[in-house]
Design a protein around this ligand. Structure first.
Ligand code: SF4
Length: 327
């Protein structure tokens, strides 16, 4: 996008999250998993950027690291030009207020012993959005209205709601902190198809109405096509393609993106994509392939791919891909 950390709302630079997984007799690490291995992107104000890829590609780790739920191994995260990944514990609250997360499973992320009123009031008090009872009650009522739940929902417990309604409570809890960025981590993946569409429409409407920025982490490209402005495709901890929705969905350049999209039904009746079946599973991030990490599954692999890792190069305006065939 050509925007630096001072003009983007959220800016992530060379972010890495590595884990030590095997240890010697003396407790020294002998093997590392590179769950996220040097990713860079910007999120603009009012934008939805989706991070997509198969399970295990590192996309959820990116979200958790940005939200401060995990600390990065290396790299920098800026919000409005202010570095947030090195904030002290007292500054941390400030960061948590501005970046909220909606998780995949609303049932396990909502305290079953708390009524909805308390679930929504807690972040208001914790982040200093509202303290007096009258103010909190007014805000709770407004949030329930915003996420399209009835007023009497305030007095009920999470188990009294359907999956879709619980996810609306999860979205309401994120909104209660008055954040600038909401990270949706597979937030609609566990929902039935019709409910999924309703919750996605709600997120889209909230983004536009409240000027929020969404980092939408998902493996479901049909949903991503519906909601996103831009897409980052991850494979084994790295971004392999990043671009505007029309560029990614209309003219994907990376063979991995092409394979993922070939499995997505076309919206036009009677139009079919040729399905590209990828061989094998995603390799272990503890032992990634040499050269291009996708070479063990790529239908277009050639000699150079096994030896040399491709770098992200511009293929169109605001659109980059990491493949020797696009260089
Ligand atoms: Fe496939 Fe080679 Fe491109 Fe990697 S660099 S995606 S192996 S063609």
């Amino acid at each position: 996008m050509g925007l630096d950390k001072f003009t983007a709302l959220l800016s992530v630079a060379d972010l890495k999250k590595h884990y030590d997984v095997n240890f010697s007799l003396f407790g020294r690490p002998t093997r590392q998993v590179k769950a996220v291995d040097g990713i860079t992107f910007n999120l603009l104000r009012g934008e939805t950027l989706s991070i997509v890829g198969e399970s295990g590609c590192g996309k959820s780790t990116v979200g958790k690291t940005i939200a401060g739920l995990m600390s990065p191994t290396e790299g920098e995260v800026f919000l409005n030009g202010e570095r947030i990944d090195t904030m002290s514990a007292s500054q941390f609250r400030h960061r948590r207020k501005r970046i909220q997360v909606v998780f995949q499973d609303p049932f396990s992320s909502l305290d079953p012993r708390m009524r909805v009123r308390e679930i929504l009031a807690e972040p208001m008090r914790n982040f200093g959005v509202a303290k007096r009872k009258g103010d909190v009650d007014k805000r709770v009522a407004r949030i329930l209205d915003t996420v399209q739940l009835p007023k009497d929902a305030a007095g009920r417990f999470p188990h009294e709601f359907s999956g879709g309604q619980r996810q609306r409570i999860g979205i309401g809890r994120a909104l209660a902190a008055e954040p600038e960025v909401i990270i949706c981590d597979e937030a609609v993946s566990a929902l039935d198809v019709s409910v999924k569409a309703q919750v996605v429409n709600l997120l889209q409407e909230l983004k536009e109405r409240l000027g929020l920025s969404l980092l939408f982490i998902s493996h479901d490209l049909a949903i991503v096509d519906h909601i996103t402005d831009r897409v980052a495709v991850m494979y084994l901890g790295k971004i392999v393609e990043l671009g505007p929705r029309d560029g990614i969905f209309g003219n994907p350049r990376h063979p991995y993106t092409q394979a993922l999209l070939s499995a997505v039904p076309m919206p036009e009746v009677g139009v079919k994509r040729e399905r590209i079946i990828l061989k094998g599973d995603v390799p272990s991030p503890a032992n990634p392939p040499s050269g291009c990490a996708f070479h063990t599954r790529c239908p277009l692999v050639f000699d150079r791919c096994r030896k040399e890792a491709p770098v992200l190069r511009t293929v169109a305006e605001g659109h980059t891909a990491a493949c020797h065939l696009t260089g």
